[in-house]
Write a protein that binds this ligand. Structure first.
Ligand code: CO
Length: 220
């Protein structure tokens, strides 16, 4: 039975009975429904300024998830490769600033973790329509791999896969729902991970069909 203090689920009970690798912390039900609604409204405002797009991959295809960013830098991919850029690729405008509600959610999630001072400067926002997925990959375009990456899920349930340091290592599947968060910090920071499946129609947010992930990084 989960121990709860207010809306904060204690870390000791946050692992749902399956062995997550060291440095990977699952925080179920950590973001209240009201805060999820605020986060979604902030995403909609960001998408007005920086519309979702499907970046080109190195292989010449397009990402299955649509992407945009907020903060000082945004993750991007095109024929020049994977990197962070400080201006939007088409308009050359800066990315929208990180909304205060994003910082508030991250501070709540990170509280009590081994990385309480984490201050993200970039948020990559992925939008998965039903059928979209994300192949196993490492996040390795940030400067400091000692900084964690914090991911918040909004909308439909998904299977989040976490593997090892090699792409072929076996993975564990973690079911992530709206308002739940995954922290990947050292020594789990560089583990391969991906999204295997979205479960359409399972999310609690009435005006969101699909899943949005907010992935917070210290990029620069
Ligand atoms: Co990633």
């Amino acid at each position: 039975m989960p121990l709860k203090t207010g809306n904060l689920t204690l870390f000791e009970d946050s692992n749902p009975g399956r062995a997550l690798p060291e440095g990977v912390i699952f925080r179920p039900k950590v973001v209240s429904f009201a805060l999820q609604q605020e986060l979604l409204a902030a995403v909609r405002a960001i998408a007005q300024e920086a519309p979702f797009q499907h970046p080109r991959t190195r292989g010449g295809g397009m990402t299955s998830a649509a992407m945009t960013n907020a903060g000082d830098a945004g993750w991007w991919s095109d024929r020049s490769g994977y990197r962070y850029i400080t201006r939007q690729p088409d308009s050359d405008k800066p990315w929208p600033p990180m909304p205060e509600v994003f910082r508030k959610a991250v501070a709540h999630i990170i509280n009590g973790s081994p990385w309480p001072d984490f201050q993200p400067d970039a948020c990559l926002i992925n939008f998965y329509e039903p059928g979209a997925k994300m192949g196993l990959h490492q996040d390795r375009d940030e400067r400091d791999f000692n900084q964690p990456i914090v991911t918040i899920s909004l909308g439909d349930d998904a299977d989040f896969l976490v593997g090892g340091l090699a792409r072929t290592d076996k993975t564990v599947a973690l079911a992530v729902a709206s308002g739940e968060a995954v922290i990947m910090g050292p020594p789990g920071r560089m583990l391969f991970h991906g999204i295997r499946k979205i479960y359409p129609g399972t999310g609690p947010l009435a005006d969101l069909k699909g899943r949005i992930s907010l992935t917070f990084r210290k990029a620069l």
